[in-house]
Design a protein around this ligand. Structure first.
Ligand code: SF4
Ligand SMILES: [Zn+2]
Length: 332
C-alpha cells in the first residue's frame, strides 16, 4: 500500500503521478508546476550581476542574525574559496562573527596554513575542531577507513554499499542489491569492497555539530552553491537559501545562487586571499584522500596530481590505500 507523500491519499494505479511515484496525480502535477517556477527563479537569481548578488547575500546573512542573534550563528568555514568569499562578506557586516573549521586530519598543508593566517594575521574569529571519540581519542582518516570504509565514488553510492553490507536480514540485503542494480549498476562489482559514506559524519559533521551545540549555536551559515551538484540544486529548489525551522538544523546558504565565475570575479575584484593550492593548479581544496568524484576526473586525477605537488602525502596514500584504490579501478 502506498500513500502520497504530500496529501496522504492512498495511491492506486489510477491516481499515481507517472513521473514521480511518490505523489498522487494532483499533488504530482502541483509539485511539477512549483519546481518549474523555482527553476526559473534560480535561473534569474543566477543571472544577476555581482553587485546585486553581494547585496542579496548580505540581506540573507542579516536575516539569520536577526532571527537567531549574532551569538547564535556561525560560519561553517572550510578554508576553500567559496567559504572565504562568504567569510569576507559576513565580516563586513559582523567583523567578529564566529567561524568553525573542522580539521578532518586529511587537510592539505596549504589549507592549514591559510586557516592559521586567517586567524592570526587577518584576525578572523575561527575555532578549529578535530574529530575525537567519547574517550577523547583522535579519529584520523585512516581510522575511519579501517573502521567503516573508504568514501568512494559518491555519497549516494557509498551509502548504498554501506546499507547493503550492514543489512541484517537476507530480505534487506536483497532489497539493497536491487536498489544498487537499479540505480548504480556500474558500481555493482564493488559492493564487497571496504566502502562507506560515514567519513564526513565522523570527521566533519559530528565535531562541528558537537562544538556548535556546546556553544549554543542555532544556525550555520554555509558557503555552498546550487550550481555545484544535482543534490545541492535539488535542495535549493525544495528549501531555498535560508532554511529556518524546517529541518533538524537551521541553515543559511546565502551564496546558493552564485556561480563559480562569480566567486572568481569577487576574489579578483576585492583582492581576497585564498589558499596557495589554487595557484598550483588545484580547483578545489577539501580532503586530500577523498574518493568522492575521483572516478569522474580526467587524468591526471587528484591523486596523480598529489604525487607531483605533495610527494610525502602521496606516499602515505599509496602505502595505505594503494591496493584498495587499485581494486576500485582508480589510477594513482
Ligand atoms: S570530504 Fe571526503 S574525506 Fe573529507 S571528511 Fe568528507 S568524506 Fe571524508
Ligand atoms: Zn497527493
Amino acid at each position: 500500500m502506498m500513500y502520497c507523500i504530500k496529501c496522504g491519499e492512498q495511491i492506486s494505479l489510477n491516481n499515481n503521478y507517472i513521473r514521480d511515484f511518490r505523489f498522487c496525480t494532483r499533488c504530482g502535477e502541483e509539485n511539477a508546476e512549483r519546481l518549474k517556477y523555482r527553476r526559473e527563479t534560480l535561473k534569474s537569481l543566477q543571472a544577476m550581476n555581482l553587485e546585486s548578488k553581494i547585496a542579496q547575500t548580505r540581506y540573507l546573512i542579516k536575516q539569520s542574525v536577526q532571527e537567531f542573534g549574532l551569538d547564535h550563528v556561525y560560519i561553517s568555514y572550510s578554508g576553500g574559496k567559496d567559504s572565504t568569499v562568504l567569510s569576507d562578506i559576513a565580516k563586513q557586516l559582523y567583523p567578529n562573527i564566529l567561524h568553525i573549521f573542522a580539521n578532518t586530519t586529511n587537510e592539505f598543508p596549504e589549507t592549514i596554513r591559510h586557516i592559521k593566517w586567517e586567524n592570526e594575521v587577518n584576525k578572523t574569529n575561527i575555532i578549529t575542531v578535530t574529530p575525537h571519540g567519547s574517550h577523547n581519542e583522535l579519529w584520523t582518516f585512516k581510522r575511519v577507513v579501517d573502521t567503516y570504509g573508504y568514501p568512494m565514488f559518491s555519497k549516494r553510492v557509498s551509502n548504498a554499499i554501506r546499507t547493503y553490507q550492514h543489512a541484517l536480514s537476507e530480505r534487506t540485503k536483497q532489497n539493497s542489491i536491487d536498489y544498487i542494480q537499479r540505480n548504480f549498476k556500474k558500481y555493482y562489482s564493488y559492493i564487497d569492497l571496504n566502502i562507506s559514506d560515514k567519513c564526513c559524519d565522523k570527521l566533519k559533521k559530528e565535531p562541528i555539530r558537537k562544538t556548535a551545540k556546546k556553544l549554543g549555536m542555532q544556525c550555520a551559515i554555509i558557503g555552498i552553491l546550487a550550481s555545484e551538484s544535482y543534490q545541492r540544486k535539488k535542495d535549493w529548489l525544495d528549501y531555498g537559501c535560508n532554511v529556518f525551522y524546517k529541518r533538524k538544523d537551521n541553515q543559511s546558504r546565502p551564496l546558493s545562487f552564485w556561480t563559480n565565475d562569480d566567486i572568481i570575479e569577487y576574489i579578483r575584484k576585492y583582492n581576497v586571499r585564498i589558499p596557495d593550492l589554487y595557484s598550483i593548479g588545484y580547483s578545489r581544496t577539501g580532503c586530500m584522500y577523498c574518493g568522492f568524484g575521483v572516478h569522474l576526473e580526467s587524468l591526471p586525477n587528484r591523486f596523480q596530481q598529489l604525487a607531483k605537488t605533495h610527494p610525502v602525502q602521496y606516499e602515505y596514500l599509496a602505502k595505505n590505500f594503494g591496493n584498495f584504490l587499485n581494486k576500485c579501478g582508480i589510477p594513482i
